[in-house]
Write a protein that binds this ligand. Structure first.
Ligand SMILES: Cc1cc2nc3c(=O)[nH]c(=O)nc-3n(C[C@H](O)[C@H](O)[C@H](O)COP(=O)(O)OP(=O)(O)OC[C@H]3O[C@@H](n4cnc5c(N)ncnc54)[C@H](O)[C@@H]3O)c2cc1C
Length: 458
């Protein structure tokens, strides 16, 4: 059956639902298609479950450290079934909230199923053919499963399936020392597993500055998390009744035998089954849909938002894509991707938050710059809380004095970074920060101090 709409929105991720509700509110007749769970990755297998588990892991960590604070606690044990039940309840509440919101929206018809293009303006969902002048793709991404030697010979976990574990792995081997792998590594160590992280790169979190990687190593060493770097030729096999991850590292044994293996080596966009050629939509070699600065694909009236366009890999970037598209279409604005300032956090504990250019990028660019840095061991709030890993680092353009980047790695860093982010959106100079008065005692109060101690970046 052919059904005509003003817009088809595919995917209930971080952009789709808000866009559908806003278009419907503006009087558009909207078809909304979701093939699996409302809320997409963030709600069901990304931010929400992992940060809920990180909170449980933090509670266990703090309980073990209780005596550092003069508190006497009994023996600590973690009940994984209860930990999972808490996570599931929070996820379910969020998922059903999104679903109820979209289903309850006037002018919006929900289709449950897989959407694929039939032609530039028609999509098939099961028996239904949907037609619209505007189509918005928010189809997201999924864990990348590599063509690794031995991949079919042993069971492995992904960032999605690990969330269903109700038992504690005896020894979790995490392949991949990026954001996802590091969060799970620390979390499961704190739950009580032995954990080894393997990475092919010479350092963890290779996209961050070297000093950040160094602090991550220090944190992991303090929690007895093993790390094996420079692992070439990573492969899987069954050995001595265990799941074995083979590696050829610079040093150490050539195999790690674990009870469970988590593959956390990246994500791949859900674009292979959309039949993009039928709509004349171009994707790059990795499958990411090519978009211009306003999220338009090369096919008229078709937009790609969120992880599937490769222009961001976070909830806030996907949501910001929605805001750009909606404001441009409904308010006649001309918002652009290039206007946004990159910002992200890595949710190990303590968290690492970063905005703008990194020190590595500034050095590579050859831009004359100033740098300020202070260790968390010199931040009162961190000392009082007994959480002194990390640092505050800021970067300023030497000529214009404009703020160009900052990293706050340490307790409260994920919140404090927004002071710098707002100043950057307001195109402020370092003096704007040094003339601001902040609340004592906070981590953020040291940001003006660090901006007041700038030195040339040599
Ligand atoms: C373990 C983990 C932790 C993370 N933690 C964070 C974090 O702390 N902070 C952060 O900002 N980001 C985090 N992320 C990333 C974040 O989850 C994503 O960037 C975010 O969810 C944006 O996704 P999206 O809107 O592009 O689409 P998604 O949320 O992936 O949703 C896409 C939806 O489209 C549906 N779909 C796909 N194809 C079709 C089709 N053909 N027809 C119908 N429906 C379809 C899917 O079922 C899915 O529901 C994390 C990710 C992971 C994996």
């Amino acid at each position: 059956m052919k059904n005509s709409f003003d817009a088809i929105v595919v995917g209930a991720g971080q952009a789709g639902p808000s866009l559908a509700v806003r278009l419907a509110g503006a009087g558009w007749k909207v078809a909304f298609v979701e093939r699996h769970l409302f809320g997409g990755t963030c709600v069901n297998s990304g931010c929400t479950p992992t940060k809920t588990l990180v909170a449980s892991a933090h509670a266990a960590h703090l309980a073990r450290r209780a005596s550092d604070f003069g508190v006497h606690a009994g023996p600590i044990s973690v009940d994984m079934k209860t930990v999972k039940a808490r996570k599931d309840a929070i996820v379910m509440k969020s998922r059903s909230g999104v679903e109820g919101w979209v289903r309850g929206t006037r002018n919006c018809t929900v289709y449950n199923g897989q959407a694929a293009f039939e032609s530039p303006h028609t999509m098939r969902v099961g028996e239904d053919i949907l037609e619209a002048r505007h189509i918005f793709l928010n189809v997201g991404a999924r864990p990348l499963v590599p063509k690794m030697l031995g991949i079919d010979s042993v069971p492995f976990l992904t960032s999605t399936s690990i969330l269903d574990l109700e038992e504690l792995p005896r020894h979790l081997v995490v392949v991949g020392g990026g954001y996802v792998g590091l969060e799970f590594a620390q979390m499961f160590r704190r739950f009580g597993s032995q954990v080894t992280v393997i990475d092919k790169n010479p350092r963890l979190a290779v996209h961050e500055d070297e000093d950040a990687s160094q602090v991550i190593r220090e944190i992991f060493a303090s929690e007895d998390i093993a790390v094996r770097l420079n692992a070439t030729c990573i492969h899987l096999e069954k050995r001595e009744g265990a799941i074995s991850v083979g590696l050829e590292c610079d040093e150490g044994a050539p195999h790690i035998n674990g009870s469970h293996v988590l593959l956390a080596i990246g994500r791949t966009p859900n674009t292979h089954d959309l039949n993009l050629p039928a709509a004349g939509i171009e994707a790059d070699a990795a499958g990411y849909i090519k978009v211009d600065d306003q999220l338009r694909t090369c096919a008229l009236g078709i937009y790609a938002l969120g992880d599937c366009n490769g222009r961001g890999a976070f909830t806030h970037t996907s949501y910001n894509d929605y805001e750009i598209v909606a404001d441009n279409l409904l308010k006649g604005e001309s918002r652009r991707l290039s206007d946004r300032i990159p910002v992200h956090a890595l949710y190990i504990d303590p968290p690492l938050a970063h905005v703008g250019m990194s020190e590595t990028e500034v050095r590579r660019s050859g831009k004359p710059a100033l740098i300020g840095k202070r260790a968390m061991t010199r931040v009162s709030r961190a000392i009082e809380k007994g959480e002194t890993f990390g640092f505050i680092k800021v970067l300023v353009d030497r000529e214009s004095q404009h703020i160009i980047g900052a990293t706050i790695f340490g307790t409260g860093g994920d919140e404090a970074i927004h002071a710098v982010l707002s100043a950057m959106y307001a195109h402020q100079r370092a003096s704007f920060m040094t003339h601001s008065m902040y609340i004592h005692p906070t981590v953020a109060e040291l940001i003006p101090t660090v901006f007041g101690e700038l030195k040339p970046l040599e």
